[in-house]
Each structure stands twice: as C-alpha cells, then as structure tokens.
Design a protein around this ligand. Structure first.
Ligand code: GLY
Length: 592
C-alpha cells in the first residue's frame, strides 16, 4: 500500500548524508567526545558474564516484575500452578486493579506485547476509544479555547474502557488455565483486603479532597480519614464486579449490571459513554512493530501507541555512534541521546495517531537511514534548538505519568510485556457508583484542539484529533528483545511522554554499557521531548561538571523527581532470569 510519506528532506542532504554514512560516519568522528565523566569499565558482554558481574539473583522457572509486591506474587502463583505467561498477565492485570488502583484498572486500557518460546510474536491493543457521541471540539468553549480540566476530570474525561476485553482476548488466544482461576485471586484481594504500602497510604490521603469532589457520596478511598501503612484495604463493590467478570467474562463488564452502572455514572455527571459503546468495544490484535538495534531484535507496540515507533527511531538514531566506547553519561553520549529524542518527538507530533483513522508512515519513520539523516545536522558544540527542528505545524501531546507496567517470563520462555493505565493517577477520580472501580481520563491523550496550543500550552496534530470510535495516541512502550533468536529482555514503564525515553535508556544501559537488569533500572534518567525545549533530569543524571558543560552548549536542564518506573526481566544465554524492579516505587521482582 502506498503511504503518505510527507517528511521533506532535501535531495542534496540525502545524498551527502548517505555518502557520509557509507564512508565510515566521519561526520560523527569529526568532533570526538570529551568523555571526562565515565570510565570504561565494561568488558565484552554475554548473558552469563552479565549475571556474574552484577551479582543479581537469577531464577530459572519464571518471573513476574510489577508495580506491587502482591500483584507479582499473584502472577508467580499462577505460573507455579502451571499457567503460562499470558495466564499470569491476566491474573496480574486484575490483581493490579485491586492492589494498585491509581493505575491498575478495570476502567482503563493498555497494550500487550507477546513472544512465545518458539519466537511467535503478537501485540494486543486494548486502548480506550472515544465514545460514539464524542466530537472534535468537545473540550472547547464558545471561543474555541480548551476548557481547563474538562478532558481530565469528571465523567466526560473517560474513553470506553478496554482492559477487560483485552484480557478476555489474550486469554482466548493463549490462555491455559481457566478464566475463573485467573480472576479468583483479585476477587479474594478485593473481598478480604490487602495491606496498603506507606506510599499508597500517603497517595490516597493526599487525594481525599479530589475524591470527595468527584464522588460526594464517598468511596472506599474516603471511608477512612487517614490511611496508614499496613491498613487492610477492603473493596466489596469491586469484589462484586470482579465476580461478575469471573462468572460471565466480557459480558460481566460490557453488558448487564456493570454496564448499567457505568452508564448511570455517566448520566449522573456530564459523561457520554453509552450502553452501545460498551457493547461495541473490541480489543484488536495488531502486528507488532519490529526493528533491530546492534543485532538485537526489538519487538514493540505499534500505533495507536507511538511507543514502538518512537523507541525504534531513537535506537536507530543513535546506532551509528560508539556509545559503548564513549560511556554511560559521557558528554557525547548524553548529547546524542538528547538530540535523538528531540527529533523523534517532533516526528511523533506530526505523524502518529490511531491507524484505523490516520495513515501512519510507520516503515519510513523506523527506517535506519531516515533516522540517521535526521541526526546528521546535530552539532557537538551546541544544542540544536527545538525551534530549528522540522515539525510542520503540529506539536506534542501532554500526558500524565501515572500508568503501570509489568513483565513476565514463564518456565517455557514465553514472555509478556504489558503496560496499562487510567491515564492520570486514579484516572478521572470518578469511581463508578456501586461497582467500585475508577474510570480513566484518557480523552486527554487526544489533541483537544488540533493545530493550536492546548490547555498545557502545547499543540497537537490532526492525526490525533478526537473522532467517535477513535483511539487516542499513547506513549506506552511494552517491549521484548531477542538476541540470536532467543528471548533477551522484557521491558516497559509508566511515565506518560517519558515512557519511550525511559525504555530507550534502559535498553542502552544493558546493550551499550553492559549493566545488569537491576542496575539498568536503577540508573538515573533524563528526558527531552522536543517541546518544551528543555531536558528533564533526575538529580543523579549528570555530574555538576557535565551539567555545566551541557548548559554552556545550550541545553536547558531542569531537575525533577523520578522519571518512569521500569519493570524488566533479562534472560541470560543459558536461560537465567534476572529482574529489574524499579526502586522509585514499591515495585517487586518475584522469581522461582
Ligand atoms: N496515558 C498515557 C499514555 O497512554 O501514554
């Protein structure tokens, strides 16, 4: 099929760049890195050596890494019962809806990337959809300006949830254990309760006012004034909804009692999700986006997530550079990564949207040469201003960072990488009355006003404008890597627009700097997304000296809190699994 590839590059630049690349990439060698910050400590890598060097605990039979220790335990219990990675993923998804309600969900959506032990790959899109009554300007006032918070809070902020149908479809295709067995642990957790972590208690307490604003009659979250670590958190209404799903499958959510409750909730506010929208929702199997990086095969999520394409673009943008030799956090490494990220996010804004509604030039965007050309005007002496990067008349989309990811490998070597979200922390803050689960505020991932600044001061493109039944663009990047035909890594993270850069950096940490999985996850992160033109950086990202040199070159660095929560699994050549559970949260790797 002919694709609209409207990325304009002067022919002379194409020719010159091709000559440059084919002659040994001299343009990149002209100005070597100062490389004063990072010693080269790594030796030739291979899986076994990595395990030994980093002294990370390995397991042979299976592993689950998720945002909550209880959910990881649920997943491993399913594996031990004889379930496969998809069975465990279904059980973990529902368990997270109970024990990690800020992002785990029934009322949201997500993406799953699968690789079987034999190398078969698949990806499942259970992203929310705009309701049938949605329209392009639904969040604009009479002057055509975005109404603050309308796409973020209240019933109108929600897309039609996809998680339950996604799990049904995943189980139908790959599941081994019975559906009921996979649902029962989450029913029990909701009915009998689980112990809140300190972080969770703090978060729920801090949102009390907001919960009461959008649920004036109260919810489980507001049933106690001050939650503390260790409090048993009971969710009887959610338990009942999970029982309906356990007993009736997708009908237990998209029809009957639960669907009626969702629509009643919509009608009690300004929401527009109808019974028909719910009945019509279907998760979609899609062809994963596949590319390579330094000989590793990268399998990731295609549109409507921008994640896989953006990840491959960033990897292809840096592949010509000797990052391994330059070293982690060296001047040149950091510059090349930032400049790659800047260019890729400019492309994202122009070219990415729901492929059922917009023709995404996927093959062109992930083309190695195309990305090399995009990098050919970078200058090691000076940052490229984002204003100078080709972006047409479009921009980036603001996204919340509250999402959650889990990675699973089973005994046979089947792997699941799954990222799921309500969008904002606790989504729209609206709990469906009588059903006990939160609704997403995913509609804010659309460009609420194409071609003009949105409520965050950013601009969005036509590719991601609101249309009935369309899926909003995502950044979620569940990813699986293989090496020489064998499973190598399962990786992903929450983090809104920082998702792709966090996955990108984690992969470089392992492949280019030979870090173990936990070390790669622990390593400090930074992020550039083209607009606004600054580098978000965790405190330890740059030494004061490196930071000062980068600033002198025009990089505007803004220190911020944690970026992402990567949960990943690395597989050695002999099949030993090591986990990386992000210490930025309560995340836990459980293996056996
Ligand atoms: N809601 C965040 C994302 O989908 O990227």
């Amino acid at each position: 099929m002919k694709q609209h590839f409207n990325i304009r590059i002067p022919v002379t630049l194409l020719v010159v760049t091709f000559m440059v690349f084919s002659s040994g990439c001299k343009i990149f060698q002209k100005k070597p890195s100062t490389d004063t910050t990072t010693p080269q400590t790594q030796v030739e890598k291979n899986g076994e050596l990595r395990d030994e060097i980093k002294d990370e605990k390995g397991y042979r039979n299976g592993m689950v890494v998720s945002a909550h220790p209880v959910a990881s335990e649920v997943g491993v219990a399913i594996l031990k019962k004889g379930g496969n990675a998809v069975d465990a993923a279904v059980a973990v998804q529902f368990a997270l809806a109970v024990v990690y309600p800020n992002a785990g969900n029934l009322g949201g959506g997500g993406f799953l990337v699968y690789r079987s032990a034999r190398g078969e790959v698949a990806s499942l899109d259970f992203r929310e959809k705009a309701p049938g009554e949605a329209f392009r300007d639904m969040y604009l006032d009479m002057h055509g300006e975005p109404i603050v918070d309308l796409s973020l809070r209240s019933q109108l902020a929600s897309g039609v949830p996809g998680s339950v149908d996604g799990m049904v479809k995943a189980h139908q295709k790959y599941g081994k254990l019975s559906w009921k067995e996979l649902l029962q642990p989450s029913v029990d957790l909701a009915r009998k309760g689980f112990a809140l972590t300190a972080m969770q208690a703090r978060e729920i307490n801090s949102r009390r006012e907001s919960f009461l604003k959008y649920n004036p009659e109260g919810t489980v979250f507001t049933s106690k004034q001050n939650w503390s670590e260790g409090d048993n958190f009971l969710q009887p209404e959610l338990a009942h909804t999970l029982e309906l799903i356990r007993d009736q499958g997708r009908k237990g959510f998209y029809e009957g009692e639960t669907a009626d409750k969702i629509v009643a909730e919509m009608k009690s506010g300004n929401g527009i999700i109808s019974l028909q929208d719910l009945k019509d929702y279907e998760a979609q199997w899609r062809k994963p986006v596949i590319g390579s990086y330094r000989g590793y095969k990268v399998i990731s999520m295609p549109p409507p997530s921008s994640g896989g394409i953006a990840l491959l673009q960033m990897l292809h943008s840096v592949e010509a550079f000797p990052l391994g030799r330059w070293g982690f956090q060296s001047d040149s490494t950091v510059q090349v990564m930032i400049e790659a990220e800047r260019r890729v996010y400019a492309d994202r804004a122009e070219h990415l949207g729901d492929p059922d509604f917009y023709q995404v030039p996927q093959n062109q965007l992930i083309n190695l040469k195309y990305n090399a050309i995009r990098m050919s005007d970078m200058n090691f002496d000076q940052a490229t201003p984002s204003a100078a990067i080709h972006a047409g008349s479009v921009g980036a989309v603001a996204e919340s960072e509250e999402t959650t990811h889990f990675s699973i490998v089973d005994k046979e070597g089947n792997a699941v990488s799954l990222t799921t979200t309500l969008n904002g922390s606790y989504g729209s803050q609206v709990v469906v009355k009588g059903a006990g689960f939160l609704l997403n505020n995913e509609m804010d991932d659309f460009s609420v006003k194409p071609g003009a600044p949105n409520m965050f001061g950013l601009i969005g493109g036509k590719a991601n404008s609101i249309e009935p039944g369309k899926r909003m663009l995502s950044s979620m990047t569940p990813t699986i890597l293989e090496k020489d035909g064998k499973l190598f890594m399962v990786v992903g993270t929450p983090g809104g627009s920082t998702i792709m850069t966090s996955v990108f950096q984690t992969i470089l940490n392992v492949i280019d700097w030979n870090m173990g999985m936990q070390q790669a996850v622990d390593a400090p992160r930074f992020h550039h997304q083209w607009l606004p033109d600054h580098v978000d950086a965790e405190a330890a990202s740059f030494t004061p000296e490196l930071r000062s040199r980068l600033s002198q070159k025009g990089y505007n660095i803004k220190e911020r809190g944690a970026i992402g929560r990567v949960d990943a699994i690395l597989v050695s050549e002999s099949g030993v699994l090591t986990g990386g559970a992000d210490q930025r949260g309560d995340d836990k790797a459980v293996g056996y």
